[in-house]
Design a binder for this molecule. Structure first.
Ligand SMILES: [Zn+2]
Length: 307
C-alpha cells in the first residue's frame, strides 16, 4: 500500500484505530487480562491531552488500550504514523533506513529507529516452511554482508562484516541466516531445518564443503565462473539476486547497519522478498503481526523508551 492509498483509507486517527481493533480482534474485543468477551468502550483523554479510546473489561474491570500488549505497546504516536511507517517498510524492496523514516514521519531519529525495529519484528517469519517442499530446485551459497566496503582479506575488513548462509528455491523463496563460520556443525542444522526432502536438486558452488552434507543423487556442484564465461544462466541465480538486493539495501538504506541486529535485518528482508508477488496483502500481513509481544527498547539497546 502506498502513502496515497493509505491516506485515503485512513483519513482520520479514528479510522486507523478501528481498523487496528478489527485486525487484532476479528471476532470482537476480548479482555487482555482475563480473555472475557464483555468489554466496554470508554472515551478518555490520553497523556498528550487528545481524546483516546480505552476498553474496560465487564468481568475483571481491567482498563486497557487497543494497543496494550502488542508491538505498539506504550507508544504515544498516532496509529496513522505507525501505519505510514509499516507501509514504507513494505514498499521499499531494499528496506528503508531510520533516517529516511525520520524525514517521512517527522519524528526524532531515535523514535524512527525504534519504530523500524518494532515493525521489523512483525516483518519476520517465526518459523519457516522448508524450502523445496513442492519439488523445486534449491540453491545454496554464502556471502559476506554489512560493514564498510574495504579491502577483502584483511582482518579489519572482516571485523564488521558478517558471513551469511543463503538458501533459495529457484525463482521462489529465500532463507538468509547469519553464521559464525562454515563448519559442519554450524551449517548442518540450518540445512536440515530449511530444505525439504522433496527438493528435486540442490545446487552449490564447486567447493567440497557440502559433499557429505547433501544427498548425492540431488547435489549438483556448479562452477559459476565457467557458467558466466559460457553465457549460461547461473545455477545460483536466485540466491545471488537476493544477496545483491540485500547488499544494495545495506549500502543504500541502512548505512551503518548494526551487526548485532543482522538477523533482524535478514529476517525483514526475507519476509518481504518472499512476499514480493503479494504486494497488496503485505501491509495487512505486517499489521496483523503487530499483535506480537512488545519489544522493549532496553532489549535492543538499553535505556528508556524514546516515545
Ligand atoms: Zn478481564
Amino acid at each position: 500500500m502506498n502513502l496515497f492509498s493509505l491516506a485515503k483509507q485512513f483519513p482520520t486517527e479514528d479510522a486507523a484505530i478501528e481498523y487496528w481493533i478489527a485486525t487484532r480482534w476479528p471476532d470482537g474485543v476480548r479482555c487482555v487480562g482475563c480473555d472475557h468477551d464483555t468489554v466496554y468502550r470508554i472515551k478518555t483523554v490520553g497523556k498528550t491531552g487528545k481524546p483516546s479510546l480505552i476498553f474496560e473489561c465487564g468481568k475483571c474491570q481491567l482498563h486497557f488500550s487497543p494497543t496494550a500488549g502488542t508491538l505498539f505497546h506504550d507508544s504515544h504516536l498516532p496509529l496513522q504514523k505507525w501505519f505510514a511507517a509499516i507501509a514504507l517498510m513494505c514498499e521499499g524492496k531494499k528496506g528503508i533506513s531510520a533516517n529516511q523514516m525520520k524525514r517521512h514521519l517527522g519524528v526524532t531519529y531515535k523514535t524512527a529507529w525504534f519504530m523500524c525495529h518494532r515493525i521489523r519484528k512483525a516483518m519476520s517469519d517465526e518459523s519457516i516452511e522448508p524450502l523445496g517442499s513442492e519439488g523445486q530446485v534449491i540453491e545454496i551459497d554464502e556471502s559476506f554482508v554489512g560493514g564498510k566496503v574495504s579491502r577483502a582479506g584483511l582482518p579489519e575488513a572482516n571485523r564488521r562484516k558478517v558471513k551469511v548462509l543463503g538458501i533459495a528455491e529457484r525463482g521462489g523463496r529465500v532463507h538468509l541466516k547469519k553464521i559464525k563460520n562454515l563448519k559442519l556443525e554450524t551449517i548442518t542444522p540450518i540445512l536440515e531445518a530449511s530444505i525439504s526432502e522433496n527438493a528435486s536438486q540442490i545446487h552449490t558452488d564447486g567447493s567440497t564443503r557440502y559433499v557429505n552434507l547433501l544427498p548425492k543423487e540431488k547435489h549438483v556442484r556448479g562452477n559459476h565462473e565457467r557458467e558466466i564465461k559460457a553465457g549460461d544462466s547461473l545455477s545460483n541465480q536466485t540466491i545471488e539476486g537476493a544477496f545483491s538486493l540485500f547488499k544494495r539495501g545495506v549500502v543504500g538504506s541502512y548505512h551503518k547497519l548494526g551487526v548485532e541486529h543482522m538477523d533482524a535485518y535478514l529476517g525483514e528482508f526475507c519476509w518481504r522478498f518472499n512476499r514480493r508477488r503479494e504486494q497488496l496483502e503485505m501491509f495487512d500481513a505486517a499489521l496483523s503481526n503487530m499483535t506480537r509481544e512488545p519489544l522493549p527498547y532496553a532489549k535492543l539497546k538499553g535505556g528508556d523508551d524514546p516515545f
